[in-house]
Design a protein around this ligand. Structure first.
Ligand code: PLP
Length: 260
């Protein structure tokens, strides 16, 4: 794991990548827009990572582009095989219908990559899970070939939720938050709350303690940064209605306000 901390926008830096690559390195896994941080790599940032990767021909690249269509502030979406064509022959680009088309339950993902790798994946999958059901495949074709105008509208709606939730989180004493550029999560830093106690005298020693406290006290579920290897943070999903977001955020504010 290469830590990608808040002070570098939660993004992998070329120097850190260079330092992390050894003879044993097989894959670099990238995800942009990112779950959980909402970080989005620009064309230039991908090109800079690409320069490092071009020097290491044995490293394969897997890029998870599943939040491709949920992107804010007019930023364009870029993916490494497109930005650095010299890497295309060793890049596996993965995507799916779960996020863009709200089709999580249909269980369809797909990938584009070098023939040999795709053939290997097909062989492995045909012997383990067989294949995704034909009904889901037909639904996916309909999603991908149907009208696409609503994708921009949905993205704008997520941006409104992002703006609303960000403003609410930034008002909460003890949380600071970067503005996510895509996906549908906020990833506030909760360092200022570590060491505080609940009214029952339980110490909040980690971000996990904080999520358990919020579940208990506010009946709101958030995911601890620990689960993503970057603490102390909380992941808050904004994939819900404004009304629910508003209620949840005021409960979080209330519960955090009770910590001493
Ligand atoms: C970054 C990322 N990739 C892939 C997925 C997988 O989605 P699914 O299993 O629904 O295709 C998710 C879902 O949360 C995700 O956040």
């Amino acid at each position: 794991m290469v830590p990608c901390s808040q002070d570098v926008g939660f993004k992998l830096q070329p120097e850190a990548l260079e330092k992390a690559i050894t003879d044993k390195t097989k894959w670099l896994i990238l995800n942009s827009p990112s779950n959980p941080t909402g970080a989005v790599y620009s064309r230039d940032e991908l090109a800079a990572l690409g320069e490092v990767l071009l020097k290491h021909p044995n490293v394969l690249i897997m890029t998870d582009d599943i939040y491709e269509h949920i992107i804010f502030d007019g930023l364009g979406f870029h993916t490494i095989a497109q930005v650095v064509p010299g890497l295309k022959s060793r890049t596996l680009t993965i995507n799916g219908v779960s996020k863009a088309y709200a089709m999580t339950g249909w269980r369809i993902g797909y990938a584009g990559g070098p023939r040999q790798l795709i053939e290997g994946m097909a062989m492995l999958q045909s012997q383990s899970t067989s294949n995704p059901c034909s009904i889901s495949q037909a639904a996916t074709v309909a999603a991908l070939e149907g009208p696409q105008e609503f994708l921009a509208e949905r993205s704008a709606e997520f941006q409104r939720r992002r703006d609303f939730a960000l403003q609410a989180v930034r008002k909460i004493d003890g949380l600071t938050c970067e503005s996510p550029e895509g996906a549908f999560y906020l990833y506030p830093n909760c360092e200022a709350l570590i060491g505080k106690s609940t009214h029952e005298g339980r110490v909040i020693a980690t971000d996990h303690d904080l999520t358990l406290y919020l579940l208990d006290e506010a009946k709101v579920a958030a995911v601890q940064g620990e689960a993503y290897g970057l603490s102390p943070h909380l992941r808050i999903s904004i994939a819900t209605s404004m009304a629910k977001l508003s209620e949840a955020l005021s409960r979080i504010e209330n519960a955090i306000g009770k910590l001493r």
